[in-house]
Design a protein around this ligand. Structure first.
Ligand SMILES: *Cc1c(COP(=O)(O)O)cnc(C)c1O
Length: 463
């Protein structure tokens, strides 16, 4: 199989291969990597995904991107190992919650949120590629809660890799924090930032911008800007649609726009999708962008769905690149405008292209709690607050084409306080989550200051 080339959304980085994209995360021109051309599956190939094991479909999709960088045997081995720890044989099962309405459950992995689906495979491929290239890697991730624990679960204890995770202090749930801070591995370093998720993400971006520092420590990103995560997340869009034998509407609880962009990617690879619905909480930058045509950062709101408490949706750059007909010059200048003004007015052609694929709806905490309560009372199904934001969007939006598939991104026990507020009953903690409640925590609290964080990372990396 030939190698597939990857290019930057900003057009000023050399084209490179899958393993380079995996190891680098962000492109050197500040853009995000995209395949130079999308692979394509025929209708017959997609129909044939129905009934196949999830791992087989993952191999079909990922091998299209990986090209010659990993052998088929290597990919199959890592995919099998990635998903053997999942608690559900289907990996991403569909659960009916109404006529032609389904939850696509993505939380059956080791940290009980959908980030595991991509990071379990990414961690294994990363270790393999690093071993081949030689040297060390330093992974620095900003997290709103779930990426951090999933990255730690995937990378903790691996040789030649250090993992630094920055989370906003006091703004992740207790279970989320403990999942990160109770890792037994010496290569895991937790930093609680006195600030918001956007402050943490901004610090990570400034570490990358300091190219001397970044290259000295072989800095890498595994957050959702890493294209390999998008590639791994396309898979469940294919399996869900093939199982339902229809072109679904997918409703996606959205923060950094990675998960829903994986839906656009699946569409560009040949999957029939009726519409992708962006569901946000009160941090509604994406809902406003779609509904008003202005992409503008607002004030950060602290909500009961903290993994979506995000004002800047990094992966939206990928959708803008596609909506502009892959105009890297326009994308680069649009992102520069947004970086300067915190605001970007979408030109009509871009807006129309986005509207042809996406719709959007925002819900506040009261609406989210009401949905959790109703679903629990009416059907005895308990959902987490992120999933509930998407169910709320599906209920508010009229005329969604059936079937409607709502991505269920976390286990309710990860967000026990919110679920208890809605239903009056605390969800039972699965035993791996109960176990982290009694282990001593390891973390450092630091001001949201890039220079301080840089010093901390350097001191931890001293041999
Ligand atoms: C990360 C996360 C989201 C948002 O996904 P994005 O790819 O950032 O849009 C939604 N729900 C949960 C539980 C998450 O952890």
């Amino acid at each position: 199989m030939g190698g597939r080339a990857f290019i930057s959304t900003r057009g000023r980085a050399p084209a490179c291969g899958f393993a380079d994209v995996l190891l680098a995360g962000l492109a050197p021109d500040g853009g995000l990597y995209m395949p130079a051309a999308w692979p394509h599956f025929s209708k017959a190939e997609i129909t044939a995904f129905a009934g196949k094991p999830y791992q087989d479909v993952a191999f079909e999709v990922l091998s299209q991107f990986a090209g010659a960088d990993f052998t088929d045997a290597e990919l199959k081995e890592d995919i099998a190992a990635a998903y053997c720890g999942f608690e559900h044989a289907a990996i991403a099962p569909l659960r009916p919650i109404g006529p032609d309405q389904f939850l696509l459950e993505l939380f059956h992995g080791p940290t009980f949120a959908f980030k595991d689906i991509a990071l379990q495979i990414l961690g294994r491929l990363f270790a393999r590629a690093l071993k081949r290239r030689g040297g060390r890697a330093t992974i620095v991730a900003a997290t709103s809660g779930d990426t951090g624990s999933a990255a730690i679960a995937a990378l903790g204890g691996l040789p030649n890799i250090d993992v630094f995770v920055l989370h906003p202090k006091g703004r992740v749930s207790e279970v989320q924090r403990r999942q990160m801070t109770t890792s037994p591995h010496g290569n895991v370093h937790n930093i609680a930032i006195e600030g918001s998720f956007d402050d943490a993400q901004h610090i990570v971006k400034s570490l990358f911008a300091d190219t001397d520092f970044a290259s000295a420590i072989s800095l890498t990103a595994v957050n959702s800007i890493n294209f390999v995560r998008i590639a791994a997340q396309c898979v469940y869009y294919f399996t869900a649609a093939a199982t339902l034998k229809a072109a679904p509407t997918f409703v996606v609880p959205t923060g950094n726009f990675g998960d829903i962009f994986a839906g656009e990617a699946a569409g560009r690879m040949g999957l029939d999708i009726a519409r992708l619905v962006i569901a946000t909480n009160a941090n509604d930058i994406m809902a406003r962008a779609l509904n008003t045509g202005v992409y503008e950062a607002g004030a950060a709101h602290h909500t009961i769905s903290p993994s979506m408490d995000i004002q800047v949706a990094s992966n939206f750059e990928r959708a803008l690149f596609e909506a502009s007909g892959r105009d890297a010059g326009w994308t680069a200048s649009a992102m520069a405008t947004f970086a300067r003004d915190r605001k970007l007015v979408l030109p009509d052609n871009i807006r129309r292209a986005l509207e042809a694929r996406y719709a959007a709806s925002a819900s506040n905490d009261d609406e989210t709690l009401a949905v959790i309560r109703d679903l629990s009372r009416e059907q005895g199904i308990v959902i987490d607050p992120h999933t509930a934001v998407a169910v709320a969007a599906a209920r508010k939006m009229k005329n969604l084409a059936a079937p409607v598939v709502i991505l269920s991104t976390a286990h309710p026990a990860k967000f026990g306080d919110a679920v208890t507020r809605a239903t009056g009953t605390a969800p039972t903690l699965p035993s791996p989550l109960a176990a982290v409640m009694n282990v001593p925590e390891k973390l450092d609290v630091m001001a949201a200051d890039a220079a301080l964080i840089k010093g901390f990372i350097s001191s931890r990396l001293k041999p």
